[in-house]
Write a protein of this length. Structure first.
Length: 261
């Protein structure tokens, strides 16, 4: 009996926490999709990350909307307060929506083996998987590495590109980038990285994906006129989710009006 009461109290507390903290930022309909943005009352911090675990959207006729894959978003954690999903348009006009789901609240920490400060760029070993070996033993598909031009040339030996139709194709000028990092994660266990405290570092990026391994390579320019000392001083941190560091918060919101754009 006591166990049942305790379980009920936990469920009520979880539901109230989720219902009170997660709200709708907007629900809009464009010509191509319906976009729904959720907001969670939290600090904007790399140690407080959010991601939508599951979300079911039902229209006023009881039809369940399908997630739109044509206009993709980043389906991973972010350090802000909002997360957005897009859905295919139903056949008939939507009056309002009923939304329910689960938000994942990720609080990485060294104590829970989910936060790893890899140090400064100049001191990090190149071209090796930097994910902790204990984690790799459980999930060998995880990958994060700081790589150099030799890896890019080996993986993409014939790669050329151009930025305008009027330009000739050319090979990569590696001097245009300050750091190259590579990553791979799974739906079951995500990796989040912060380069110089930024989850989206730099402003001139080239992203390449190895189809064989699924590893993504990000060639990044941190800032113009960077010195070698500044380049070596770039900080690198990764967060790897686990059950200890992730709280699942259920939410349910009804009669959400959709704004027509």
């Amino acid at each position: 009996m006591k166990e049942n009461i305790l379980l009920m109290l936990i469920m009520i507390a979880t539901k109230c926490f989720g219902q009170g903290e997660i709200t709708i930022s907007h629900a809009i309909q464009t010509e191509d999709f319906i976009e729904i943005a959720l907001s969670m009352d939290k600090q904007t911090s790399k140690f407080e990350l959010i991601n939508i675990d599951t979300m079911t959207v039902t229209d006023n006729r009881g039809n369940v909307l399908e997630v739109n894959r044509t206009y993709p978003l980043n389906y991973n954690y972010n350090n802000g307060r909002g997360k957005t999903l897009r859905y295919n348009l139903p056949k008939r006009k939507v009056r309002d929506l009923h939304i329910r789901g689960i938000m994942k609240y990720f609080t990485p920490a060294e104590e829970s083996s989910s936060y790893f400060n890899l140090g400064k760029n100049g001191d990090i070993a190149r071209n090796v998987n930097l994910v902790d070996k204990a984690i790799l033993a459980e999930n060998p598909d995880l990958y994060f590495s700081i790589v150099d031009s030799t890896v890019i040339n080996n993986v993409f030996p014939d790669f050329t590109y151009r930025t305008r139709d009027s330009e000739p194709y050319r090979k990569i000028d590696f001097s245009s980038f300050d750091i190259i990092y590579a990553y791979r994660y799974t739906d079951e266990q995500k990796i989040v990285y912060f380069i110089n405290d930024d989850p989206m570092p730099g402003y001139t990026n080239m992203t390449l994906r190895d189809k064989k391994t699924g590893i993504i390579y990000a060639l990044t320019k941190i800032k113009r006129g960077i010195s070698q000392a500044e380049r070596d001083d770039i900080s690198v941190e990764i967060m790897i989710e686990n059950e200890v560091s992730v709280k699942r918060i259920p939410f349910e919101i009804g009669e959400v009006k959709v704004e027509q754009l």
